[in-house]
Ligand binder design. Sequence first.
Ligand SMILES: NC(=O)C1=CN([C@@H]2O[C@H](COP(=O)(O)OP(=O)(O)OC[C@H]3O[C@@H](n4cnc5c(N)ncnc54)[C@H](OP(=O)(O)O)[C@@H]3O)[C@@H](O)[C@H]2O)[C@@H](O)CC1
Ligand SMILES: Nc1ncnc2c1ncn2[C@@H]1O[C@H](COP(=O)(O)OP(=O)(O)O)[C@@H](O)[C@H]1O
Ligand SMILES: [K+]
Length: 560
Amino acid sequence: MTELLTAAQMRAIETAAIAQGRVTGLALMERAGQGVVAAIFAQWPDLAPAVGAKRGPAPSADASPPEYFRQDDEGEQRAVVLCGPGNNGGDGFVVARLLKEAGWEVDVFLYGDAEKLPPDARENYAQWAALGEVMPLSAYDVQAQAYALGVDALFGTGLTRPLEATVVEKLCDLCTLDRTVAIDIISGFCADSGRFLCEGMPPGVGVSLCVTFHVRKIGHSLADCPLAIAKLRTVDIGLDRRDALRKLGFLSSADEAREANRAVVVRMSDRDDMPTAQLHGQRTIDKAQGHKYSHGHAYVLSGGVGKGGAARLAARGALRVGAGAVTVGVPPAALVENAAQLNAVMLKMIGQASDLSAVLRDARINALCIGPSFGTSSREVRLLAAAIDADRPLVLDADALTILAEHPDLFVQLHPKCVLTPHAGEFGRLFPEMAEKLSATATQGPAYSKVDATREAAKLSGCVVLFKGPDTVIAAPGGRCCINASFQDRAAPWLATAGSGDVLAGFITGLLARGYAPLEAAEYGAWLHTECAVDFGPGLIAEDLPEILPRVLADICSNK
Ligand SMILES: NC(=O)C1=CN([C@@H]2O[C@H](COP(=O)(O)OP(=O)(O)OC[C@H]3O[C@@H](n4cnc5c(N)ncnc54)[C@H](OP(=O)(O)O)[C@@H]3O)[C@@H](O)[C@H]2O)[C@@H](O)CC1
Ligand SMILES: Nc1ncnc2c1ncn2[C@@H]1O[C@H](COP(=O)(O)OP(=O)(O)O)[C@@H](O)[C@H]1O
Ligand SMILES: [K+]
């Protein structure tokens, strides 16, 4: 499990570690700088000092090697480091010094007044000043030198307001270099929301590498920020996660406090979270009986004539993810059309709400999916009401979300077994207040984030909300929250293809049928959905997602 932190949580952990006497702020800054330099050389081995040349100091997090070597005078490379007025700037001075000691030519520019730097940054400024010049940021000209490397140490987690236009201009100039490194986060982005403070991300902002400390911040996986980072690395600076969290009251042995911790810390879905044994088939509703219904029976309600494709995609997804049986419920006129296209998925005529209520007398039907191409007429409204009333695990997507937005009387009936899966448009219709806050210009840090919006939506609706996008956020009413991030190594922009959301709804429904709790089902479903897309690659269409799933499941199980 990867925990993501807000800037305030990170600051509190640092403060707790210093207060406990475990480390000094200066030592943390040194480790941070060392970690950045080590990450630079790991990313671009050709920039690492040549073996066989004179030895330089070892920029590693502990006192021992790996050692880096001075370059030959002829082979000197030049880096530029832009430092800001806070501790991020302090990290920049450490990086400048370590690069210089490793044989680089380094130009350092400072935004702000050196006298006003916080103490640790001031100390590292002084150490650098003994080695080289510090010029004002206004003097920085990207074309003045052939820089092999640019380092952004202007602002980190302490950003409170938008950058001045001249700073944005210098940052964009820096980003034109082939190799750019942001320390902790790209300057201008809010570490809690991933949003560029002010009018949005300027088109020229983007770095090759971002090196953050201890753990990722929430903003690294949300909104525009991850799009502007080609590679993200996290370096250990020796902070003890568990002790620090306990000190903060986020963690204790008491169940209650553990729950509170879960409600405070945002997680990022990763492979380690996946219950692979269960996904592979061992989790059943009733392990004593191995027949198909012990793996659950999911129902997907379909739209009318010519509108069944989306429901069929969802049904196929539910079946592939392991539901023992899946039935598509269709209005009478669409029976023949669907019969011609379904085999393993079963078919049932569901004309009116009373038909659904009758079907649901069968207690083995333990998960429902309503929404994909469902329709929004009065018949569908009544069917949706009957489904909510049945108090079964229920995925609500697409048209079902439109109905909910138009029928507050149904919205208030939502219960904790429901999972809502809106994309941004649907989210805006269902939760206009939160969507408005999210789209308002971010003028202050920490800015309102997709995590804030999804948590508020979950609390308001009283059920799990999965807010789709490359940064899918999943939240439960109590505050538990995780992000399924599809960026960098997991980028899959080809998931933006018609019907892929229907398959996701099907995956979640199938997992519900298999007995997973709503939050787990949404989290695992979203993670598997992205994995399928990453595995398949470009050219993917929605039909491919369920078909690639067995390979993905086999792969995760074999890698455990
Ligand atoms: N936490 C840890 O464990 C570790 C943290 N480390 C490093 O410290 C970094 C955080 O340092 P930080 O808190 O000093 O914040 P940072 O972003 O450098 O600047 C804040 C300053 O900028 C100012 N300011 C804000 N916005 C502004 C604007 N738009 N335009 C102009 N000014 C603006 C703000 O002033 P104010 O808002 O008070 O006016 C304040 O003076 C972190 O990212 C990491 O790199 C590591 O060393 C290792 C361990
Ligand atoms: N750029 C992207 N990168 C990764 N995943 C994406 C991207 N765009 C969309 N997705 C995912 O693709 C799916 C699209 O769902 P949705 O918008 O409901 O489409 P549809 O209604 O056509 O099925 C969602 O799971 C969403 O998270
Ligand atoms: K930075």
